[in-house]
Design a protein around this ligand. Structure first.
Ligand code: SAH
Ligand code: TYD
Length: 407
């Protein structure tokens, strides 16, 4: 039994993926010997409904000066975050001398638009290399982890915030009470806290278990988010399902009683009850579906590799793929290499299974028959870009929501 990070009650594990490396820890062959592993296990707290990792590696193991994820590499994400910036500017940053804070601002994909509008802002981004990329775009950034102490320092230096926003970060932070206490202090009385993360309902419905890896300590639902906010005098006043990252939820939060609560909150809670997100049986069923997905994917890959007499090539060295590769035990005998646009990952090897990561130029040269789609959350962008592959008769192998060859 572990202790829930939100309500401190005991909670039970429902799946172990076995030993896992750092999901974004792409490495050189000299580093194989010293590679770090931990057991990736997930549990469900029946009291506050939070789904969470039992153990998480130390934050410095994951977020540092060589962090491999640069948000701006996806055109789809650029469009998504420009739209968010426009929404913040017109709905929440339109008062007198507004101030915007972003938690986990990465390479400035969102804040660059706030900066360009001449609005006072601060990006809190502990991974120095990506924070530097943001600064080069004119984004004011501080390389620290957000918590209650950081919030107090920001208040002292800049004052209180009209907006605190965060995308794909809040679910990374285990010390949630410190984060929420910091948010509460840092917000102006009428300020808003808006964050988005991959949505538990989508993970359950699509068996997208590759969302489960070291960085993601929490798997949020509207129910579990509401419960944790209540403890800090904060209130969820709206929710917005998003298609990004294979299905996300955006949460709109304010000081309790300061904003009218949209009917969408209750509607989404009702949907979650229908989906059974409050019951352990749902997670036991998810485990069965994950085990089946592993069986189906390994069987399909072995069949294809045998037929074509060479390993398949994979597309997108995502953090998510680290869970799939290691859990399904897919090595270089089944996957020749992974093509990825991130310069920092190219020439390195995938965490744990040590599959080479190469640039898209290498992919072009190798004329593959099949491509295993790891970056499935960018499906549309990739299909638009790779029309030639399909026109030449190439086939995509997918595993979310089901294992199969795309037609
Ligand atoms: N917001 C971007 C980046 C998400 S990746 C996007 O949606 O594309 C997660 C980011 O959170 C990383 O850049 C990481 O360095 C940062 N991060 C991790 N823990 C953090 C913390 N405690 N405070 C602020 N940022 C954090
Ligand atoms: P992403 O799915 O955003 O994140 P995560 O690491 O959180 O699972 O990562 C996408 C990866 O795929 C990133 O390394 C860049 C790569 N990529 C390509 O190689 N080609 C593309 O066309 C796109 C959209 C992404």
């Amino acid at each position: 039994m572990a202790r829930c990070r939100i309500c401190e009650n005991d909670y039970a594990e429902f799946i172990s993926f076995g030993n896992m490396p750092i999901a974004n820890g792409f490495l050189s062959s000299e580093e194989f010997e010293s590679e770090y592993f931990f057991e990736l296990k997930v549990g469900f707290c029946a009291d506050c409904q939070m789904v969470q990792l039992i153990d998480q590696p130390d934050r410095e193991q994951m977020f540092h000066q060589d962090y491999a994820f640069f948000s701006s590499l996806s055109r789809g994400q650029q469009i998504h975050f420009q739209a968010l910036a426009e929404k913040l500017l017109s709905n929440y940053l339109d008062g007198d001398s507004p101030f915007a804070v972003e938690i986990g601002s990465n390479d400035g994909i969102m804040l660059q638009h706030i900066a360009a509008a001449g609005i006072s802002h601060l990006g809190v981004e502990p991974s120095e290399n990506v924070a530097r990329a943001a600064q080069e775009k004119g984004v004011n950034s501080v390389s620290r982890f957000f918590d209650e102490e950081l919030a107090a320092d920001v208040i002292q230096k800049y004052g209180h915030a009209d907006t605190i926003s965060s995308a794909n970060v809040i679910c990374h932070i285990p010390y949630m009470h410190s984060v929420l206490a910091g948010v509460k202090q840092l917000l102006k009385p009428t300020g808003v806290f808006i964050f988005e993360d991959p949505y538990l309902g989508d993970i359950v419905e699509k068996t997208s278990y590759d969302q489960i890896y070291d960085e993601h300590v929490f798997y949020f639902s509207v129910g579990s988010v509401s419960n944790m906010l209540t403890r800090h005098g904060l209130e969820l006043f709206d929710v917005e399902p998003l298609s990004v990252h294979g299905g996300s939820m955006r949460y709109y939060i304010a000081n309790r009683g300061t904003r009218e609560v949209s009917t969408r909150v209750a509607e989404q809670l009702a949907r979650e009850t229908e989906l059974g997100l409050h019951k352990i049986e749902t997670y036991n069923r998810l485990r069965t579906n994950i085990e089946k997905s592993r069986e189906d994917l390994t069987t399909l890959l072995q069949k294809i590799v045998k037929e074509q007499g060479r390993p398949v090539i994979a597309y997108g060295a995502t953090s998510k793929s680290t869970t799939v590769l290691n859990y399904c035990d897919l090595g270089p005998e089944l996957i020749e290499f992974i093509s990825d646009t991130t310069p920092l990952k190219q020439g390195k090897y995938s965490p744990g299974m040590h599959i080479p990561v190469k640039s898209p130029d290498e992919l072009e040269k190798s004329d593959p028959q099949y491509l295993l789609l790891f970056a499935w959350n960018h499906m549309q962008e990739i299909m638009d870009k790779e029309v030639d592959f399909k026109d030449k008769g190439g086939r995509w192998i997918a595993y979310v929501p089901e294992v199969g060859i795309l037609t």
